[in-house]
Design a protein around this ligand. Structure first.
Ligand SMILES: Nc1ncnc2c1ncn2[C@@H]1O[C@H](COP(=O)(O)OP(=O)(O)OP(=O)(O)O)[C@@H](O)[C@H]1O
Ligand SMILES: [Mg+2]
Length: 227
């Protein structure tokens, strides 16, 4: 059976003269799994997520050696548009992901780029706002929302592209406790719906969501034994 993500002996550096950040990463993630990645700042967690969603090398350059496969297909051979139908990424700061005048526009943006038809986009807007419990904010300007609410909209905007793999890069870090709880519930619901999830997190109370926790250390992944 093919897995959503399979990485074999991945080596990565940002440019020819720099040191390797990833030095032989092996990782297989199963469908429906919640995997958490931890590790020291600067260890390469964000770099690894950016490779899993094709930002590296399609948008940001770098030297990749080894295999990175999405549902059995080498990511370097896929177009960024095809990758974005399969993998979505949510960053720490929702302001970097929101830039349109209304919540509705924000959510429509991804599917529009994927050439989804208008009626279906309407359906998806309703569906994802319901999933994040933000139906009342459809016509709101994202600038008027709290940090936690903005992050819910950033998540909804990613869900509207219907990816089956979701990456969260410290997406709960700047969110208040109520927002954290809501996002954790959403993540668990996504898992129940068969989505595959990778979380980069520092906080022990978020790690309890995970089926498995791995630590990125000296460019390699290993079982996490606690701090
Ligand atoms: N675009 C870039 N060009 C060159 N080097 C980079 C680039 N982005 C990150 N780096 C370097 O790569 C290393 C890994 O960074 P990365 O952001 O992946 O670590 P991280 O584990 O996500 O850290 P944090 O926990 O602070 O978010 C760091 O030494 C960083 O300075
Ligand atoms: Mg990071």
């Amino acid at each position: 059976m093919t897995n959503p993500i399979e990485i074999n002996n991945l080596y990565f550096k940002y440019n020819a003269n720099s040191d390797y950040i990833l030095k032989g990463v092996d990782l297989t993630i199963s469908k429906g799994e919640i995997l958490a990645l931890v590790g020291l700042s600067g260890g390469g967690k964000t770099t690894l997520l950016n490779i899993m969603c094709g930002i590296i090398p399609h948008i940001r350059k770098g030297e990749i050696n080894g295999e990175v496969k999405l549902w059995g297909k080498e990511i370097k051979d896929l177009k960024i548009i095809d990758i974005s139908k399969k993998v979505g990424i949510v960053f720490e700061d929702p302001d970097t992901q929101l830039f349109l005048p209304t919540v509705e526009d924000e959510i429509a943006f991804g599917p529009e780029n994927l050439m989804v038809e208008r009626k279906e986009i309407g359906n998806r807007i309703e569906k994802v706002l319901k999933m994040v419990n933000m139906e009342d904010y459809r016509y709101e300007n994202p600038n008027n929302l709290s940090g936690g609410q903005k992050q819910l909209i950033a998540i909804a905007a990613i869900l509207a592209m219907e990816p089956d793999i979701l990456l969260f890069d410290e997406a709960l870090a700047q969110i208040d406790d109520d927002g954290k709880k809501r996002i954790k519930d959403i993540i668990l619901n996504l898992k129940r719906g068969g989505k595959t999830i990778v979380l980069v997190e520092h906080h022990i109370d978020t790690l309890d969501l995970a089926d498995r926790v791995l630590e990125l250390q000296n460019g390699k992944l290993r079982e996490f034994k606690g701090w």
